[in-house]
Design a protein around this ligand. Structure first.
Ligand SMILES: C[S@@+](CC[C@H](N)C(=O)[O-])C[C@H]1O[C@@H](n2cnc3c(N)ncnc32)[C@H](O)[C@@H]1O
Length: 224
């Protein structure tokens, strides 16, 4: 009986240990840039490289399409790009514009922008990204495409999302320059993800893929 309890205790202990070790391995933080508790999971590798490039290239103007609709709470699911790149922008005297078509998403994001004291750096705009990009007159140093929600199973939504991300790129293309960085979210998904149509278009125009993972990171070949 005593042996039984002892083995049971060991088994329970090993179970807990395995659980926490696996959890730790899966936890992909951007520490020390962001507090350790935030898990960026499949975006960590591309966010990390993008943050280095932002510094190397002295980026000043950032546009994100599709805002962090859940503030900083959904780093695992959506990425919380508004806050990662917004924080970088604040620390490096840059500006970030985040555009979203959904009023609730904009409202929610603005609350967190104020909470993080990013209101002088981050402007959250309620608009269709295509209108916003079309009207944007300054040059853009970092473009993050992450709007029209993708669906893993519905091929009609997949095509609409892919088409929308191509149109976004085409709407702002004239404002990009050889040192602009482009990051596209939600690419490593069934059906090719958000980047399926826009990436080949960009490659024809001289852009090169630096990282092709869950997200795709591109720079212009003239900058390499
Ligand atoms: C995946 S979320 C963006 C996540 C955010 N970039 C982040 O890192 O947390 C996609 C957002 O795109 C927005 N969206 C969808 N279609 C849009 C459009 N045509 N113009 C602007 N935003 C759009 C949705 O309302 C949604 O809030």
């Amino acid at each position: 009986m005593n042996y039984f309890l002892m083995y049971l205790g060991i088994a329970v202990f090993l179970g807990f240990l395995t659980h926490y070790v696996l959890k730790f391995i899966k936890h992909k933080s951007l520490y020390p840039f962001m507090p350790f508790k935030y898990n960026f999971r499949r975006r960590r590798v591309t966010f990390d490289k993008t943050l280095s490039l932002l510094s190397e290239r002295n980026i000043k103007t950032i546009i994100e399409t599709g805002t962090s609709r859940k503030g900083l709470t959904n780093t695992k699911g959506d990425g919380a790009g508004t806050f990662v790149f917004g924080k970088w922008a604040k620390e490096n005297d840059a500006k970030l514009f985040s555009v979203d078509i959904n009023g609730d998403a904009v409202k929610e994001c603005k609350v967190e922008v104020t909470h993080q004291e990013l209101q002088d750096t981050v402007t959250v705009v309620l608009d269709d990204s295509l209108n916003f990009l079309d009207a944007f007159e300054d040059t853009v140093d970092f473009l993050y495409l992450d709007s029209y929600d993708y669906c893993k199973v519905d091929t009609v939504i997949q095509e609409k999302s892919q088409e929308h991300h191509l149109k976004e790129f085409m709407a702002i293309e004239q404002q990009l320059h050889k040192d602009t960085i482009v990051l596209i979210d939600d690419c490593g998904l069934p059906g090719g993800g958000k980047g399926k149509t826009v990436v080949p278009y960009m490659e024809q125009k001289g852009w090169e893929v630096l990282i092709d993972a869950y997200q795709i990171l591109l720079v212009h070949k003239d900058s390499l």
